[in-house]
Design a protein around this ligand. Structure first.
Ligand code: ATP
Length: 334
């Protein structure tokens, strides 16, 4: 059986009451529990639909994946990576949350946070570029989400403005973990509660399922998107946490400049520019932001700024990091 979660239309919900006591509730959901609405987008193997939980009236985005197509194109492992990573990253406001998975004969269903605002890329295209205030806010939310995923041992490997979605408050929700890499064994909270143990076992099982996935599919193949791929992936065929910070540098550049730093007529030429660090700031690019980007777009990944250093860089002065960042009102995009 290719699908590890056959029949597991189960979500374990954790509740913490005002005294700090934890309880767990097993919630079973299936296709019949949702009413499906408009199409939010299409991927190569999937369609994402808006959907409403008939009972709670909560809105979700449901990603419907075509099993036959996935098997035919040998993408099963990517679907499993996406599910396993999302299960591991269930608790951060800046990352799309996976609530339930279930399946029928034809399809797999991932019930996700609805990101009603769509892709950050759409806003960059519409506005041409962002001002410093908006770049600071969106940059900070993206960085906070990266810090969380790295703390959970996950490297995204394909960060770009298309994979940064926005919710109805115009806050960041990072998505597309199909090419992520899981670094180490999970360290979930040990719980004496039976359901807690069940969740732990499943996470451990999911992790075990990932062992044996070769780091790179084929020679000369790479994961990610040409414009945002890090030089170490091109030269050493290896990604590290720093590879996400390279992509973060590309995103900061793009928000302010309106175009990614490395872009050429084809992928090969783009790769050449990346490994030669061949890029130019447009006239008027803010000086402090330029300093930040120059410290991120560094060929040696060990010499890039660390997340701690990025947070204390003058470009992010005045940002309230952590929980407060997610309570803040998003600046109006202009
Ligand atoms: P591909 O599989 O070809 O790489 P993709 O990763 O964009 O494409 P999906 O993840 O299926 O494929 O997403 C399809 C589209 O649906 C995307 O363009 C995205 O904007 C939209 N979408 C995905 N997830 C959500 C969500 N949680 N909320 C709102 N829209 C979403």
């Amino acid at each position: 059986d290719e699908w590890k979660d056959r029949g597991a239309a189960v979500s374990i919900q954790r509740h913490v009451d005002s005294n700090g006591n934890q309880t767990h509730r097993i919630v079973k959901k299936g296709v019949q529990d949702f009413s499906f609405g408009r199409t939010l987008g299409e991927g190569s193997y999937s369609t994402v639909l808006a959907a409403t939980d008939r009972q709670t009236l909560t809105e979700y985005a449901i990603k419907v994946l075509d099993k036959r197509h996935i098997i035919k194109e040998k993408k099963v492992k990517y679907v499993n990576i996406e599910k396993n990573t999302l299960n591991r990253l269930g608790d951060h406001p800046g990352i799309v949350r996976l609530y339930y998975t279930f399946q029928d004969e034809r399809s797999l269903y991932f019930v996700l946070d609805l990101a009603a605002g769509g892709e950050l890329l759409g806003f960059v295209k519409k506005l041409g570029s962002f001002d410093e205030e908006c770049t600071r806010f969106y940059g900070a939310q993206i960085l906070d989400a990266i810090e969380y995923m790295h703390s959970k041992g996950v490297i995204h490997r394909d960060l770009k403005p298309e994979n940064v979605l926005l919710d109805d408050q115009m806050h960041v929700k990072i998505t597309d973990f199909g090419t992520a890499k899981i670094l180490d064994a999970p360290r979930p909270n040990r719980s004496s509660n039976a359901e807690g143990r069940m969740q732990l076992d499943r996470q451990e099982q999911d992790f075990a399922n990932n062992i044996g996935i070769p780091e790179h599919e084929r020679a000369n193949s790479f994961v990610g998107t040409a414009e945002y791929v890090s030089p170490e992936l091109l030269t050493d065929k290896a990604a590290c946490k720093g590879s996400d910070l390279w992509a973060f540098g590309c995103i900061i550049f793009q928000l302010l400049a309106g175009r990614p730093p490395f872009k050429a007529g084809n992928e090969y030429q783009t790769f050449q520019k990346i490994v030669n660090l061949e890029y130019q700031f447009p006239p008027g690019f803010p000086k402090i932001a330029r300093d930040l980007v120059e410290r991120l777009l560094v060929l040696d990944p060990t010499k890039r700024l660390t997340i701690e250093h990025i947070k204390s860089h003058p470009f992010f002065e005045g940002i309230a990091w952590g929980k407060r960042l997610w309570k803040q009102k998003a600046p109006r995009l202009k």
